[in-house]
Design a protein around this ligand. Sequence first.
Ligand SMILES: Cc1cc2nc3c(=O)[nH]c(=O)nc-3n(C[C@H](O)[C@H](O)[C@H](O)COP(=O)(O)OP(=O)(O)OC[C@H]3O[C@@H](n4cnc5c(N)ncnc54)[C@H](O)[C@@H]3O)c2cc1C
Length: 405
Amino acid sequence: MARYDVIIVGGGMVGASLACALSGQDLRIAIVEAVQPGVREEPGYDERAIALAYGTKRIFSGLQLWDELAVAATPIHRIHISDRGHFGMTRMDRTEEGLPALGYVVPARVIGQVLDDAVSRREGIEYRCPASVSAVSRTGDAVQVEIIQDGVPETLSARLLVAADGVNSLIRKQFGIDSLESDYGQTAIVTNITPQLPHRNIAYERFTDTGPLALLPMTEQRCAVVWTVASEQADDIMALDDDAFLAGLQERFGYRLGRLQRPGRRQAWPLKLMQAAESVRERLALVGNAAHTLHPIAGQGFNLGARDIAVLAEVLVEAVRKGEDPGSLEVLNRYAEWRHADHQGVTVFTDGLARLFTMPIPALGMVRSAGMLALDLVPPAKRLLTRMTMGRAGKTPRLARGLPL
Ligand SMILES: Cc1cc2nc3c(=O)[nH]c(=O)nc-3n(C[C@H](O)[C@H](O)[C@H](O)COP(=O)(O)OP(=O)(O)OC[C@H]3O[C@@H](n4cnc5c(N)ncnc54)[C@H](O)[C@@H]3O)c2cc1C
């Protein structure tokens, strides 16, 4: 039986980042990933552009991966939030925070490639792929994971199992951890376009009759589009030809960036909220989408997962240095307690935004406008929103300060 200190199930953006954080710490790590790199269509390595909070950029710096990501990253200098047909509008600007950027937009595909390369070259990581988990069991001081790789069954054993296997986490289910799930009845349609006017590094979030519409600045003056629509409209919008799609988009976004043109490939993502009832058990920790899956309205999902791995890695490395068992509940509870407020805060904030900004009731337009005006007029509220969006609320782990563990 192959023995490890840590087995990470799921080599998506969060699982692979955790493996990188733990490498070089005298730990034997295995990642079990079902889908082969390069053939991944979903969920972490696709056409989307991911808005990385400034804090997440720091985590990648701490992992010594930022230089590789930076070549494909577009800084966000300003965020512009508006409501179509109403007067409220708010802006957040990097100068208010005294930082070079509020965040960075990086294609998911690039993040995936950089992480896959790092995982294959860093010491102490064994990459089991394509391999699927068939069963999990726990004994006193270890966890056993049955996998099938190349048709061959094998048992792996470790002191700690990390579930990084996404929203439908098999590991979470096998451990009998309940989850709160709620379908938003919405689908995010994702593509990219090239506007007639330069984006000037501004990220736009616009609330429209169909749902929120985000345009994020990308390289080569392109913009990533995330257009949330009611799920029953999604098939029709996906089936539109490019001209009709652009016309619909233009009608919602307006002409702030001139004419919208040259749309790329479209992808549709049905949206739901998922919150695991527990994030640790003896020998188990949940991270990323396996622990919490959010509406993409505020671009917080991966950023929250990145903070999970920054904290978990710090807790585990400190425990091992002190000679503690990294899979013990005592150690894992430190991770759960540290993450609790951030999980709750970001989930409630994102869910509230998603519900407020997708309700079509006309009077709500007034509430939203008033809310945005109030946000603009009350600096502490706006500052809190900016800090949350940048991933800077709460106690900061070492990696999120750009420091090694
Ligand atoms: C439209 C859209 C836009 C978004 N934009 C942003 C954004 O701008 N900023 C942001 O921070 N977040 C954003 N997000 C959220 C972000 O994409 C997710 O939070 C992030 O991808 C979660 O990563 P993960 O590694 O936890 O999970 P996943 O990406 O789901 O990865 C899970 C991995 O586990 C593997 N796996 C699953 N089951 C098994 C098994 N049994 N055995 C082995 N392997 C398994 C899968 O193959 C996969 O590789 C967006 C999401 C959507 C839908």
